[in-house]
Design a protein around this ligand. Sequence first.
Ligand SMILES: O=P(O)(O)OC[C@H]1O[C@H](OP(=O)(O)OP(=O)(O)O)[C@H](O)[C@@H]1O
Ligand SMILES: Nc1ncnc2[nH]cnc12
Length: 178
Amino acid sequence: MTLTPEAALVDSLIASIPDFPEHGVTFRDLTPVFADGPALKALAEALTAPFAGRFDYLGGLEARGFLIAGAASLVSGAGVLSVRKAGKLPRAVLSQEYALEYSTAALEVHVDQLPPGSRVLIVDDVLATGGTALAAVNLIERAGWQVAGFAVALELDGLGGRAKLEARGIETFSLLKY
Ligand SMILES: O=P(O)(O)OC[C@H]1O[C@H](OP(=O)(O)OP(=O)(O)O)[C@H](O)[C@@H]1O
Ligand SMILES: Nc1ncnc2[nH]cnc12
């Protein structure tokens, strides 16, 4: 597959670590992308461009999604909705549970963070099973906002994430697919 120069730059910086955090998993580490200023800017531009004019806020998913959302905010001019792991936000929240391999976790937003009907582009580093992304979609819709789309640096093919999002009618863009 031919990559755009931006995708090739990001691709060249992703580290693949076998058997982390557990045997059989290949961990895709984007910290080298975040550490490279031009690559982080190129990533932020590539993830927001397909949705230009169609979102009011970036939805950043704690923790790695925050790094992309901050950069995307500066290149697009849109503010960031903080979608946090449970127990971190100090005011009234909406909470959405999601399944991990052997447990559950929850994402939360401040219930009154954005005006009703706000269009939120969710961004993250990796799409795997889609459990995290779908929890964010549910949360945003329950709060009375609209999901403008889901934009991710790296989609792991074959784990069902894209299918889950598209079944919910969520436009999904990935810069890279492994
Ligand atoms: O598609 P899924 O199977 O849900 O996996 C993708 C999620 O997993 C990682 O986050 P993680 O929960 O490890 O949290 P972190 O960003 O705090 O490291 C990644 O940043 C995505 O948010
Ligand atoms: N293989 C993987 N690498 C990095 N982040 C992930 N999140 C879920 N699966 C992942």
